[in-house]
Design a protein around this ligand. Structure first.
Ligand code: IPE
Ligand code: IPE
Ligand code: MG
Length: 243
């Protein structure tokens, strides 16, 4: 993004990215699917750093869905190991004070993840809790429907305890009990790989999001592609139901 562009455009506050196409990228090269995930994990790091540089406030990366457990165990293990590598590396950076402005949060169902990973997530969340330049949400074992059920259960408990009347339940009650509580809704959702669907990503929060689709496979996604998506976004007319 040129400095001039940056000064003149309306940046999205929150961008959601569905990191799709790793498997097809590997297949095109005659590699194992896990090699595609490895390349994709590198692109995730680059895009995080770039987004921080240009001043994006919040990014949510969809890395593993509640439906992805249907995949072969070998592929799931490879993805979890890449997640471990990233968490370890991010923790080292925090401890050595190399990471200045990135707050890392996890969204998804922790109880379904290996215990060591949950421990690493919790440590990283607390180590980075005071960082304010950019918030990076990692959506792993995340599903939008699962997230809504989780919120509804919490609200139902308050109703059961007599703290809330069913007729008084508001959108804010739902918002406040989602994994993304406290974050702005995604302004822009990016899905590469030529698929035109959400696949259970931020289904509540995306009610008024702008979408950007592309045929690029995630491991080929570059900061220039992010620029293109942001520039397109900045030309959209968001009406939110008004005129
Ligand atoms: C996205 O890439 C990563 C995950 C869903 C974990 P895919 O693995 O879905 O890649 P394709 O869609 O098969 O190319
Ligand atoms: C969506 O991709 C989930 C992630 C990128 C983590 P999928 O590859 O799982 O989505 P479908 O199955 O094509 O809808
Ligand atoms: Mg896919």
């Amino acid at each position: 993004m040129t400095k001039e562009n940056l000064e003149n455009i309306n940046l999205p506050r929150h961008i959601g990215i569905i990191m799709d196409g790793n498997g097809r990228w590997a297949k095109q090269r005659g590699l194992k699917r896990s090699e595609g995930h490895k390349a994709g994990a590198q692109v995730f790091r680059n895009i995080c750093n770039y987004a921080e540089d240009i001043g994006i406030e919040c990014l949510t990366f969809y890395a593993f869905s509640t439906e992805n457990w249907k995949r072969p165990a070998e592929e799931i293990n490879a993805i979890m190991n890449l997640f471990r590598d990233y968490l370890m590396e991010a923790q080292e950076k925090e401890e050595e004070n190399e990471e200045k402005g990135m707050r890392i949060r996890y969204i998804g169902e922790r109880s379904g993840l290996p215990e060591d990973i949950v421990g690493m997530i919790e440590q990283l969340e607390s180590l980075s809790a005071e960082k304010h330049k950019i918030t990076v949400n990692l959506a792993v074992n995340y599903g939008g429907r699962d997230e809504i059920i989780h919120a509804v259960k919490k609200i139902a408990k308050r109703v059961e305890a007599g703290e809330l009347k069913p007729e008084d339940i508001t959108q804010e009650d739902i918002d406040g009990n989602l994994f993304t509580a406290g974050l702005p809704d995604p302004d822009l959702i990016i899905r590469p790989s030529g698929e035109y669907r959400l696949s259970n990503f931020l289904i509540w929060q995306s009610a008024y999001s702008e979408f950007w689709f592309s045929n690029i496979l995630w491991p080929d996604f570059t900061p220039d592609d992010l620029d293109k998506a942001i520039i397109d976004y900045s030309k959209r007319n968001r009406r939110f139901g008004g005129v």
